[in-house]
Design a protein around this ligand. Structure first.
Ligand SMILES: Cc1ncc(COP(=O)(O)O)c(C=O)c1O
Length: 425
């Protein structure tokens, strides 16, 4: 399951000197497989539960190979009408499936990180335009201060997006969360009332540790009253909107102004694929579009590059298009929480959407020993984290291939590993 080599061994296995002359392409590939494969992890396995890493639907994998083989530069519509058309259809499907406003704009980017950058650039545009400032023309020097309100549990990619947008970490104002990490709406109301000026609220649908979803309806009520823009980090959790059984957990989500999500997590398309959706099309376009006479850009065609930070890029909507036509299922995380919860030597610390946090009863280092033993056993793969100061093991069910039988096998392996971890304690 996990790589047989660590980073140093993986590096040592590769030739370090660039050859002077060419090498036969077949030999290059044969060597690459031999040299690199011991250093890769079976992330596509139905029992891979590390980080939040999705599997790959067969149709999406094949479509991704096609996108590579076609080698289209999908930034512009005119040289590749089919890639642009596929993107237009896939984007509309995503918006429809997630129950977001039909008139919203979208962009296909590398991951949720760049989806944050795209959405928050649109938010920055609108917030500053309303304060009489043209940020695309004048930059940020001398601009009104933008407030960004978020919980301490926000994903680090939000911080980096703010850095890249020149807003800096200093614009962040923390707002209190409950014990699972969900924003407290009354605390948000207080935070909003405690300042003034252009404001963005960063909410989340799916905490990276606990899977907790902010009370989005109440968040939108509070932010709406204060004229603030609501951005939702739904890297994986936004896909719960596609499930009639789960959609209620994200009630009010569609009332936000922007949403960042991933194709490479719960949708199970290959890396890399993030999706930005923005209700305010004009703000989105104003933040991203550039013009040059040689580009042959033109309405009424949707120009993919008008909506993304990237200029040239791969046709990453192709696997999304294919995935949406062959969707698998998810939702077996509940079984993990149930079965591990029945194990007296383990505590289920939190469980939401597809995330389960557990830790062994007893000393704090036990969770790390447990993760090491689970990874060494090889039946499944889990990863460690810290939640509210305590080390935990995190299980993230993100592959369409995971069945209840996989969960049961993995639970048995985790219980076995618990013994190993205790013997090393
Ligand atoms: C809640 C959340 N937001 C953002 C991200 C960043 O996503 P990406 O790695 O696709 O940029 C992650 C990744 O795990 C996440 O879980």
């Amino acid at each position: 399951m996990r790589a047989d080599r660590d980073s140093a061994a993986a590096l040592a296995a590769l030739p370090r000197a660039l050859p002077d002359g060419p090498t036969d392409p077949r030999a290059v590939l044969d060597e690459l497989v031999a040299d690199a494969e011991p250093g890769v992890t079976a992330m596509g396995s139905p029992r891979y539960f590390g980080f939040v890493i999705g599997g790959t639907l067969p149709a999406a994998l094949a479509a991704d190979w096609m996108a590579t083989a076609w080698d289209q530069n999908a930034g512009l519509a005119s040289p590749t009408p089919a890639a642009a058309a596929i993107e237009e259809v896939a984007g509309a499907w995503v918006i429809d499936l997630l129950g977001l406003p039909g008139e919203a704009s979208f962009a296909f980017v590398t991951g949720c990180q760049m989806a944050h950058v795209t959405c928050l650039a649109a938010a920055r545009h609108r917030a500053l335009a309303e304060a009489g400032w043209d940020v695309e023309r004048d930059g940020l020097a001398g601009a009104p201060r933008v407030r960004v309100i978020a919980t301490a549990g926000r994903h680090v990619t939000v911080d980096r997006a703010l850095r890249l947008l020149g807003l800096g970490g200093g614009c962040l104002e923390p707002v209190e969360a409950d014990e699972r990490g969900a924003m407290r709406p009354e605390a948000l109301e207080r935070a909003l009332a405690g300042g003034s000026g252009p404001t963005i609220v960063c909410a989340q649908a799916g905490d990276v540790n606990t899977g907790a979803v902010d009370p989005l309806d109440a968040v939108c009520d509070a932010a709406g009253g204060a004229g603030a823009w609501v951005h939702v980090d739904g890297a994986f959790g936004l896909w719960a909107m596609a499930s009639p059984r789960r959609r209620g957990e994200l009630r009010g989500c569609e009332r936000a102004q922007s949403w960042a999500t991933d194709g490479h997590k719960w949708l199970n398309v290959p890396y890399d694929c993030g999706i930005a959706v923005v209700a305010d099309r004009d703000a989105h376009r104003a933040a991203m579009a550039v013009q040059a006479s040689y580009l042959q850009q033109g309405e009424p065609v949707r120009e993919p590059m008008d909506w993304t930070p990237e200029f040239s890029r791969r046709a990453r909507a192709v696997p999304v298009y294919a995935a949406l036509r062959s969707l698998g299922r998810s939702g077996v995380a509940d079984r993990f929480a149930e079965r591990l919860g029945a194990e007296p030597r383990l505590v289920v610390v939190a469980h939401g959407l597809n995330q389960v946090l557990v830790r062994p009863v007893g000393d704090d280092g036990a969770a790390d020993r447990l993760v090491a033993a689970v990874q060494a056993d090889g039946t499944c793969y889990t990863s460690p984290t810290t939640w509210r100061g305590a080390r935990c093991m995190r299980i993230s069910v993100s592959s369409w291939r995971t069945t209840e039988a996989d969960v049961d096998r993995s639970v048995e392996a985790i219980v076995r590993a618990l013994e190993v971890a205790r013997s090393r304690g």
